[in-house]
Ligand binder design. Structure first.
Ligand SMILES: [Mn+2]
Length: 658
C-alpha cells in the first residue's frame, strides 16, 4: 500500500496557495489564470480525500516508489536476504529469511548468533559456502554493499541464503546409489584342489561357491563367476558401506571352510568406486586385486578417489608348493641377461645384507653367462653392511664388481639390464637416477607389494612368502643352468642375506629356505664367517640393554621402548633393540623409537600374529608383517611414542572382527 507521508504539509500548502490566488485575482487577473491549474489540482486532492480514499503521495518521488516496489519483489523471493552492519547486526531482512530462521527459536538480532563466526569470516574469501543449520542446508553468499556518501566507515553487507536441502539430499542419495565393482579371487585354488582328496573335491568346490555367493547376496549384490576361482561382484555403495562395517568377514568365512583338505582356502578382493565411469572402476578394481595378490593375498584392497584402504591380511603368507614360477622366472631372466650388453644390480637405500647378498648372487650368475655385471654403490653405506662389504672388497676379483653411482650413470646404455633387488618401490631404490635412466628393468623382491611400484619393469618376481631376496636369487641361480658358478665368498654373502632376514632361520623360514641354505653350503658358504659378520661392539650392546630395560607393555603382548639419545647407527640400533625385545617371553610384537636427524625413526618387529606392517602403515611406513619401519619427521619423542601407541590400539580394535 502506497501512502503519502506529507499530509499536514499538503493542507498548509492548499491554504497558503488559495490565499495567494485570491490575492492575485484581485490585483492581477492574468497571473490568476496562469495559476488556475494549480488550484484545480488542489481541489482534486481535496475531493479525493473527502471520498475517504487514502491520499496519493504528493511529495513522494519516483525513486522512492521504485524502492518500495523493489522491497516487495525482494520480500517475495525464495532466497533469504539479510542486510547487516559491521557487527553482523541484522538491520533488515526479507520474508524468506524470517521463514528460514524464525522457528529455530533464536533471536534474529545478530547473524553471528546462529551462524558460526568462522563461516561468516571465510565467506569473505569464498564465492559461496554450504553450511548446515538445524536440519536444513544452505548455500550462503555475501556481498559488501556500496554505502558511499553515507556515514563514513559504516559497512553494510547483504547475505543471501539459498535453501539447498533437497538438492543436497538428492546428491547424497545419488552417491549412495553409485556402483562398486569388485573382483573376488580364490588365492590358492589349484593348490587347495590338488591337495584335496578326489571324493571331497565336489563338496569343497560347492562350499567355496556357496559361501561367496550367499555372502554377496546378503548385501544385495550381483555376482557372476567367470572362472573356476574368479568372480565379478557389483554392489551399490550403500550396501558396500555395510560390507565395510563387517571388516570383510567373508575372509574368515572362507578360511574356515574345511572338507578334509590340508590347505586353508583364502580369498582376495579388489574393489573400486568413485571413478568417472564403470569401465574405469573395473580397471581400478583389477589394479586393487593385483595389489592384493602382490601383498600375499588373503586380504581386501579398496580403491576410491586415489585412496587405498586395506582390510585383513592377518594370516602369514603361505609357502607355495610348486616351484614352477621360480623356474619360469629363472629362464626369462637368463634370456634377458643374454640379450643385454651388461647387467647392473641396484639395491635399496640403507643397504642391508639381504640386498647385498642377492646382488652378489645376480652378478655371479651374469658373469658365469659371460656378461659384465656390476653392483651399484653410493659413497656412503649403511653400517649394517660394513662387515660384509669389507669382506667382499678384500677379495681382488670381487672388488671389480662394484661401481659408483656416477660411473653407472655414465656407462648405462639402452641395452643394459638393471636388476632391482630387495625393494619394489622407486623411492626406496639406492639411486633413482639410475632407475630412471635404465630402459630394461627387472624387479626381484620378497616384500609385500605396496602401492608404489616400479611400473616399467619388464619382469617382476615378487614372492612375499620367500624369507629373503637372497633365498629367491639362490633358487633362480639353481634353475638358470649348469654353467652357473658361484664362489664360496659369493655363497657366504648370500647365506648372510638369508640369515639376517630370517634372524638365523627363526622367522619366515620355510622348507625352501633350508634348501637354499644347503645349496649355498654345498657351494662353499661358511657359516662361521656369517656368524662373525654379526658380532657387535660392547657399547652398542650396553645401549641396547638400557632400551630393553625402559620397555613398557602398551597392549597385551606388545611392548614399546625408545632411545633417549641418538646412538651411532640409529636405525640399525632401533632394529636390533626391537629384535631383542621380541626375544623376551610373552612379547609378540615390539616397537623401538630412535631420534634421527629431523625426527624420529620407528622399528617394529613381530613374531607373526600381530601385523606390524599394518600398524606402521598407519604412520606412513611400510615393510612386512613381521618387520616394518616408519619415520615421523618434525616430532618430539613424546609425541611419536603417543602416535605409535594410538596406532597399536587402533589396530587391536580392528582385530576384534565380529
Ligand atoms: Mn630383504
Amino acid at each position: 500500500m502506497i501512502r503519502g507521508n506529507g499530509n499536514h504539509i499538503l493542507w498548509w500548502a492548499v491554504y497558503i496557495i488559495t490565499l495567494e490566488l485570491l490575492y492575485f485575482i484581485f490585483f492581477n487577473l492574468k497571473m490568476a489564470i496562469v495559476l488556475m491549474p494549480v488550484l484545480g489540482l488542489l481541489l482534486f486532492y481535496l475531493i479525493y480525500y473527502k471520498k475517504g480514499k487514502p491520499l496519493p503521495p504528493l511529495i513522494e518521488t519516483k525513486t522512492t516508489f521504485r524502492q518500495a516496489l523493489w522491497k516487495q519483489v525482494i520480500n517475495n523471493l525464495n532466497t533469504g536476504v539479510a542486510v547487516v552492519d559491521g557487527n553482523e547486526k541484522i538491520i533488515w531482512k526479507n520474508k524468506a529469511f524470517l521463514t528460514f530462521f524464525q522457528k529455530s527459536g533464536v533471536k534474529l538480532t545478530y547473524l553471528k548468533d546462529f551462524i558460526p563466526m568462522e563461516n561468516l569470516k571465510s565467506l569473505m574469501d569464498k564465492e559461496e559456502q554450504e553450511i548446515a543449520l538445524g536440519n536444513r542446508r544452505f548455500s550462503i553468499r555475501s556481498v559488501i554493499l556500496d554505502t558511499k556518501g553515507k556515514k563514513p566507515g559504516r559497512m553494510l553487507k547483504a547475505y543471501y541464503f539459498e535453501d539447498i536441502t533437497e538438492l543436497y539430499d538428492l546428491k547424497g542419495y545419488m552417491k549412495e546409489e553409485e556402483t562398486v565393482v569388485c573382483y573376488f579371487h580364490v588365492d590358492n585354488f589349484d593348490e587347495v584342489i590338488t591337495a584335496c582328496s578326489e571324493e571331497n573335491r565336489p563338496e569343497l568346490l560347492a562350499k567355496i561357491d556357496k559361501t561367496i555367493t550367499q555372502w554377496v547376496q546378503n548385501f544385495n549384490g550381483l555376482i557372476k563367476k567367470y572362472d573356476n576361482d574368479k568372480y565379478l561382484v557389483v554392489v551399490s555403495l550403500r550396501d558396500f558401506r555395510r560390507v565395510e562395517q563387517t571388516k570383510f568377514n567373508i575372509l574368515d568365512a572362507i578360511r574356515e571352510i574345511k572338507v578334509g583338505q590340508v590347505l586353508t582356502v583364502t580369498l582376495s578382493i579388489g574393489a573400486a568406486h568413485g571413478e568417472d565411469s564403470l569401465a574405469l572402476a573395473g580397471k581400478t578394481a583389477q589394479n586393487a586385486l593385483e595389489l592384493c595378490l602382490g601383498r600375499g593375498g588373503d586380504q581386501v584392497v579398496v580403491k576410491t578417489q586415489g585412496k587405498t584402504y586395506f582390510y585383513g591380511g592377518k594370516t602369514k603368507e603361505m609357502e607355495k608348493y610348486s616351484r614352477v614360477r621360480a623356474r619360469v622366472i629363472s629362464h626369462a631372466l637368463r634370456d634377458l641377461i643374454e640379450e643385454s650388453d651388461m647387467v647392473m644390480v641396484l639395491g635399496h637405500l640403507f643397504l642391508d645384507m639381504d640386498a647385498l647378498g642377492a646382488s652378489v648372487g645376480i652378478v655371479s650368475a651374469v658373469k658365469s653367462l659371460g656378461k659384465p655385471g656390476y653392483i651399484i654403490l653410493t659413497p656412503e653405506q649403511s653400517p649394517s653392511v660394513h662387515s660384509l662389504l669389507e669382506l667382499l672388497l678384500d677379495d681382488e676379483e670381487m672388488k671389480k664388481n662394484f661401481l659408483e653411482e656416477t660411473e653407472a650413470l655414465d656407462r648405462i646404455t639402452r641395452k643394459t639390464l638393471l636388476v632391482v633387488v630387495d625393494t619394489h618401490r622407486p623411492s626406496l631404490t639406492m639411486s633413482l637416477k639410475v632407475l630412471e635412466k635404465a630402459e630394461r628393468v627387472v624387479v626381484i623382491d620378497h616384500h609385500r607389494r605396496g602401492e608404489e611400484f616400479i611400473d616399467k619393469a619388464l619382469l617382476v618376481y615378487l614372492e612375499p612368502y620367500a624369507s629373503s631376496t637372497s633365498e629367491m636369487v639362490t633358487e633362480l641361480i639353481q634353475y638358470m643352468g649348469d654353467e652357473i658358478r658361484i664362489t664360496p665368498l659369493s655363497a657366504t654373502a648370500m647365506l648372510s642375506g638369508i640369515a639376517v632376514d630370517t634372524r638365523n632361520f627363526a622367522f619366515k623360514t620355510g622348507v625352501r629356505t633350508f634348501e637354499a641354505a644347503s645349496f649355498l653350503r654345498r657351494a662353499g658358504a661358511d657359516p662361521t664367517s656369517v656368524y662373525k659378520l654379526f658380532q657387535e661392539d660392547v657399547e652398542t650392546v650396553y645401549d641396547r640393554a638400557k632400551v630393553i630395560k625402559r620397555a613398557q607393555e602398551i597392549a597385551e603382548h606388545v611392548t614399546l621402548s625408545y632411545y633417549d639419545e641418538k646412538p651411532k647407527n640409529p636405525t640399525l640400533a632401533a632394529a636390533q633393540a626391537a629384535n631383542s625385545l621380541i626375544g623376551l617371553k610373552g612379547i609378540f610384537a615390539s616397537f623401538v623409537l630412535v631420534p634421527i636427524d629431523g625426527g624420529i625413526s620407528i622399528s617394529g618387529r613381530s613374531l607373526g600374529n600381530i601385523n606390524v606392517q599394518r600398524i606402521l602403515e598407519k604412520l606412513g611406513g611400510g615393510g612386512h608383517m613381521t618387520l616394518a619401519g616408519a619415520q615421523l619427521l618434525d616430532m618430539t619423542m613424546d609425541d611419536a611414542l603417543e602416535k605409535v601407541k594410538q596406532a597399536v590400539l587402533e589396530y587391536m580394535k580392528e582385530g576384534e572382527t565380529p
